[in-house]
Ligand binder design. Structure first.
Ligand code: MIC
Ligand code: SF4
Length: 641
């Protein structure tokens, strides 16, 4: 077996490990963050289970730390008190980004982790099977239920050779994205191997597994080896380490080979993580903003690389340079060793240990300005500025460009300074201070869950309609992201616990009239292209449309997490062939005369174009379990039943 199969088989609860078949796996650990966590805990609470049944569950606050009104502070109080009551560890705002902190303090080789955030596979860096999912799936895992998914194919990415000076782990994952694209990982686990991995440290591996989310992959995983052991030792967690290796004769469904020695600095140009160019090709482009941080590149090693590059240098007068450390541990380390001083002297604006600009919480770039970010997503408008020009790159490219004020190849820059490779030695011992991680209460019965006015109850829909006649309220193209469906940012994120309020922003970047049109039409159908719903795990992208009356999404194909979220909230996802997509327009009225009966009894659903009377038979592709959920009008209804 390969490492991914070993992880799955040791957690298999039901199903056959045949690619494409539904399997269920047991979940050892869960994580949530504030923006998805409030819903996840409301859902967990609705299940009536006093204490989580996982080995470990952690609730992080990292996304929305801008307290611009009571809403966000209400959410934090709710999250802290509900964690204390139900056996969940609570990581306070300021302690860092969930994925970074989890990797440092809680990750465990050989275990499974389900997180209500799409970058949960970050922990795959230490040989965990770490998967992103909707909040409701995470709530179920906390209740001791297994996680259902289609058995993925396993792709081996074989890394050979050694990275040249100026080239980093970020360039490796950008190369994988260049080759496989944002939909190339759907239905797959990416497993890394080859002699090139032995020189890659855990933080470098985490940069790679983190951004497997941008491939649409179910997860990404590295073996657990001597590098992993050294990391655990430095985190004073040697006892948590175990070895995980693929068998010598392990088989894979596909293979991709990358010669690290041939890689050059890369960047994802606007506005998709797979629009990858050589930095050389785009060098000289004037840059107005450089942001270093986000869960993919905010480790101690990343911050040190940036600091080494910025030593005795100044950010260009036209560049606003921000640094957001991924964790308080990394922040403490750079403040102790003087690197923070270097960054401050260089003119960096030091932000909190949080997601910050990555999720549009401040630092929106100026109109027309190029923003260079070490982040993982540059979806259109995600930065908070319409028509933004965000490039994704490594901390070295970011730091070199911050100095010159234009996109700069760090390899060439180092050469011009006659500097050899910038190497960062990882510490033998990290600063260990878990005082901002609050243990669950020993007297849970005494804890009162605080619920401010921002915490609104969960809306639910009724059972699936026997028949349906509805309009296509919106037709969109390929690769629609959950940022398009349910945007985030400083204005909207505070409403994550309030579905009626947040639903007013559904599709607001695509068509501001969507919510009012949906309500006026009494709901309806959304029509999408390929890879509909890529990106975030936010279940709000299903829950808020459901609240507005969306009953069905027709698309050429779906991203994994969003498809599960649609089913969980009773919206039927139907995969349609391209000719059907072409024949349906916005405002087309569609009839489904035997909807519930067909979902219950047949493999196909019949759609009729009311005007042309054309009928299409569409394979619904639902498993037995998913049929029950859809018929009940969502997973919560189904559980209650
Ligand atoms: C993101 O990077 O888009 C987020 C914000 O972390 C999301 C979660 C969310 O929408 O709250 C994700 O990646 O799942
Ligand atoms: Fe936070 Fe950005 Fe990472 Fe999402 S991708 S968890 S918003 S840092």
């Amino acid at each position: 077996m390969n490492a991914a199969q070993k992880l799955i088989s040791s957690h298999l609860v039901s199903g056959n490990m045949k690619p494409g078949e539904e399997i269920a796996i047991s979940i050892d650990q869960t994580l949530t963050q504030d923006a998805t966590g409030t819903m996840a805990y409301l859902e967990f609470e609705a299940m009536g289970i006093p204490k989580v049944k996982t080995k470990l569950s952690v609730s992080y606050i990292d996304h929305n730390t801008l307290q611009t009104g009571f809403e966000n502070a209400d959410d934090h109080r709710f999250l802290q008190t509900i964690a204390a009551k139900h056996g969940i560890y609570f990581s306070k705002p300021g302690n860092g980004i969930c994925h970074q902190v989890h990797l440092e303090r809680f990750s465990k080789p050989g275990q499974t982790l389900l997180g209500s955030d799409s970058h949960t596979p970050n922990a795959g860096a230490v040989g965990m099977l770490a998967i992103g999912a909707g909040g409701l799936n995470v709530a179920l895992a906390m209740a001791g239920e297994p996680f259902y998914m289609l058995m993925p194919k396993v792709v081996r990415v074989t890394l050979t050779g050694r990275l040249q000076a100026g080239v980093t782990a970020k360039d490796i994952i950008l190369e994988v994205l260049r080759r496989l694209t944002v939909k190339g990982g759907v239905g797959k686990i990416i497993e890394y191997g080859g002699n090139g991995i032995k020189n890659l440290t855990v933080p470098e591996r985490a940069t790679i597994t983190n951004m497997g989310a941008e491939l649409g992959a179910t997860s990404s995983v590295f073996p657990s080896d001597e590098q992993t052991k050294a990391f655990f030792k430095a985190q004073k967690r040697e006892r948590d380490w175990t070895e995980l290796k693929p068998d010598k004769d392990a088989e894979y469904d596909e293979e991709v080979i990358i010669d690290l020695g041939k890689l050059v600095p890369l960047a994802a140009a606007p506005s998709s993580p797979d629009n990858v160019k050589r930095v050389k090709e785009i060098r000289g482009t004037p840059v107005r903003q450089v942001c270093i941080g986000s869960c993919v590149n905010s480790s101690y090693a990343d911050l040190m690389l940036a600091a080494r590059m910025l030593k005795n240098q100044k950010a260009h007068p036209d560049v606003s340079l921000t640094i957001s450390p991924g964790s308080r541990q990394a922040f403490q380390m750079i403040s102790k060793n003087g690197a923070l001083e270097i960054l401050i002297s260089a003119g960096a604006r030091v932000l909190e240990c949080a997601c910050g600009p990555c999720i549009g919480m401040g630092q929106s770039p100026a109109t027309g300005a190029v923003s260079l970010r070490t982040f993982n997503r540059n979806f259109p408008g995600r930065s908070g500025t319409a028509n933004d020009k965000v490039y994704l790159c490594s901390p070295l490219t970011a730091a070199a460009s911050a100095i010159t004020g234009k996109i700069t190849d760090p390899k060439e820059w180092l050469k011009s300074l006659k500097v050899q490779r910038l190497k960062v030695k990882l510490p033998g011992k990290y600063v260990i201070d878990d005082s901002m991680i609050i243990s669950p209460s020993k007297k849970p019965e005494k804890v009162i869950v605080e619920r401010g006015p921002n915490i609104k109850p969960l809306p639910v829909r009724g059972a699936l309609e026997g028949s349906l006649k509805a309009k296509v309220i919106l037709k969109v193209g390929d690769n629609i992201t959950t940022d398009d469906i349910m945007p985030a940012g400083a204005k909207i994120l505070p409403l994550r616990s309030n579905i009626p309020a947040i639903s007013e922003f559904v599709f607001s970047k695509v068509d501001t009239s969507f919510p009012s049109r949906a309500k006026a039409a009494g709901g309806g159908i959304v029509l999408g292209g390929i890879n509909y719903g890529q990106g975030s795990s936010r279940e709000h992208a299903a829950l808020a449309p459901m609240y507005l009356g969306v009953k069905i999404v027709l698309a050429k194909s779906f991203a994994r997490i969003h498809k599960d979220n649609l089913i969980n909230f009773g919206i039927l996802p139907l995969t349609i062939p391209p000719d059907v997509y072409d024949s349906i327009e916005q405002d087309t009225e569609i009839k489904l005369p035997a909807l519930a009966k067909e979902v219950r009894e047949s493999l196909e659903v019949t759609l009729i174009n009311v005007k042309t009377e054309e009928a299409y038979k569409v394979d619904h592709g639902l498993t037995e379990r998913q049929r029950k959920i859809i018929l009940a009008g969502g997973l919560l209804n189904c559980i209650k039943k």
